[in-house]
Design a protein around this ligand. Structure first.
Ligand code: SF4
Length: 505
């Protein structure tokens, strides 16, 4: 059994998970890739292909063709795309190898669909290990190696409507950084190979039994079947209190309903446990009242849909800028008034920026609160629009000053419902507070699918009747996002009124 670079990198995160990936692919891939994850993979492939233009005229190697690669390397073919190398224990494919005459060796270029300027240490470390693995396999195959490079998208690049490949990518020399890791990576590769070669899974539980839910991978439930679906791992911010989680797990307390009243928790964690134990919502009346009192009529409930483009598609766009192609707006003019719906969807050829802003300004009331769910997203899109459309910057800044984030009610634990399960996404809050509204019957149920649907329309992937249906699906999805906020807000008003009456009585 050969260890691939991908499995080595999985092993570096978690040995258990690497074993599951190799031996239990059914469990590893039990949850099909989300549209979001698929889009990341496709984006990576697009960026790889574009980066080849930095080294034109290369030979593209067929997937898995180590023998063909060896022949081309022996012939000193000047540029190879996706060359494959194998030893008895290891296998890797590189993005680009380019012959360096001065060094009489091949330079290696690893292409990543991320932007330069993101210099977090963990990422640099990951890239260095990734490149070191490749270099060690190539060295074992007898390939003369020159410099080792990381190629990324240039975060500072601004398109003029075309793609200047030389400006679009940055090259960083990782030779010393990766070389310094060779000893350690060699040892890790041996250890990783030993783990994936085991016939039996390493003993359960896995290390995430002592970590919060957000650290756990998709195989957690398979490895740890005794942990209930809603467990102590779902306690809010429990990942930041590993001692507490360890104490609960070591005492055999896994079900969140079984956390004893005497166990020390933070106030939000205690509210979460009590909501489940009493099977009724917890309401923090004073902050909820203050939050609702801040909302001014006419109240505008606004939701955007966007498409994140790794490769800038329009003038004034940089890598990974989002294309705002749709909004839905429900406006409640006065207390008790029915919401009025306005919407915008751009599926023409060309850039939607200016039509989007014009439609937004025309649809929004001139004053009052603008409610969003996770307002940094909508405000961030407006800020980027203001950069690209300086003539509209003042109008967009004025809009940004009016936003209120409805999600704050839940992330700040003003209302805690047992059915939220510690989550604050609208997809969890809506069915708990407004069961009559649901995303379940919709063809599009989350934002990544909306993005990909829009892209399929504008890139001509769909037949005209399919495109019409896709537009209807987009309108239904985004429309429900803003309507859901209206109904959640109304439910909060009702909850507050009922609690006040109860407390007064
Ligand atoms: S849940 Fe955590 S420890 Fe368990 S296999 Fe996944 S990543 Fe590894």
């Amino acid at each position: 059994m050969k260890l691939s670079k991908t499995n080595y990198l999985v092993y570096r995160d978690c040995a258990h998970n690497a074993w599951m990936k190799v031996h239990r692919p059914d469990a590893y891939a039990a949850q099909p890739l989300s549209v979001f994850d698929q889009a990341i993979i496709e984006t990576g492939n697009d960026v790889d292909v574009r980066a080849r233009a930095l080294f034109p005229g290369g030979v593209l190697i067929r997937r898995g063709d180590a023998a063909g690669t060896a022949e081309l390397v022996a012939a000193r073919t000047s540029v190879l795309y996706q060359p494959v190398f194998e030893t008895e224990r290891y296998t890797t494919a590189c993005d680009i190898l380019a012959w360096n005459d001065a060094l009489q060796a091949y330079d290696l270029f690893e292409v990543k669909a991320s932007t330069s300027g993101d210099d977090r240490r963990a990422k640099y470390d990951l890239y260095a290990h990734d490149i070191a693995f490749q270099a060690l396999v190539l060295e074992a195959c007898g390939v003369p190696l020159g410099r080792l490079h990381l190629v990324r998208l240039n975060g500072a690049y601004v398109s003029d409507g075309t793609l200047d490949i030389a400006q679009l990518f940055t090259r960083e020399d990782f030779t010393e950084r990766a070389g310094a890791l060779f000893e350690a990576v060699r040892a890790e590769m041996d250890a990783a190979h030993d783990v994936i070669s085991l016939a039996e899974m390493p003993p359960a539980p896995c290390a995430c039994i002592y970590k919060g839910r957000s650290s756990q991978c998709t195989t957690f439930a398979t490895i740890n079947p005794g942990v209930p679906e809603y467990s102590v791992h779902d306690l809010t911010r429990i990942g930041a209190s590993p001692k507490k989680l360890r104490a609960l797990v070591d005492d055999g307390i896994l079900d969140i309903r079984e956390v004893p009243a005497s166990f020390e928790l933070t106030v939000p964690q205690r509210h979460q446990v009590e909501a489940v134990q009493r099977r009724q919502p917890y309401v923090d009346l004073a902050p909820l009242g203050a939050f609702l009192a801040d909302i001014r009529y006419p109240v505008a409930f606004l939701d955007y849909e966007t498409y994140p483009c790794a490769l800038p598609r329009f003038a004034r766009y940089s890598p990974f800028n989002h294309v705002p192609f749709q909004f839905s707006l429900h406006t409640v003019e006065a207390p008790g008034a029915a919401p009025v719906h306005r919407e915008f969807l751009f599926t023409e050829k060309g850039c939607p920026d200016q039509p989007f802003v014009d439609a937004l300004v025309a649809a929004l009331p001139a004053e009052g609160s603008i409610i969003a769910w996770n307002k940094p997203f909508e405000r961030g899109i407006n800020a980027k629009l203001a950069e690209r459309l300086p003539a509209d910057a003042a109008r967009l800044e004025a809009i940004n000053a009016r936003f209120i984030d409805l999600m704050d009610v839940f992330s700040e634990q003003m209302v805690v419902h047992p059915r939220f399960r510690g989550k604050t996404s609208i997809k969890w809050v809506l069915p708990a507070l407004v069961p009559k509204l649901s995303y379940k019957a919709l063809a599009i149920q989350e934002g990544a699918t909306a993005s990909e649907t829009w892209n399929a329309i504008v890139t001509g992937e769909l037949e005209p009747d399919q495109a019409d249906e896709a537009r209807r699906n987009l309108l239904a999805y985004c429309g429900l996002d803003s309507l859901a906020m209206v109904e959640i807000w109304r439910a909060l008003i009702d909850i507050q009124a009922a609690r006040e009456i109860r407390e007064a009585g």
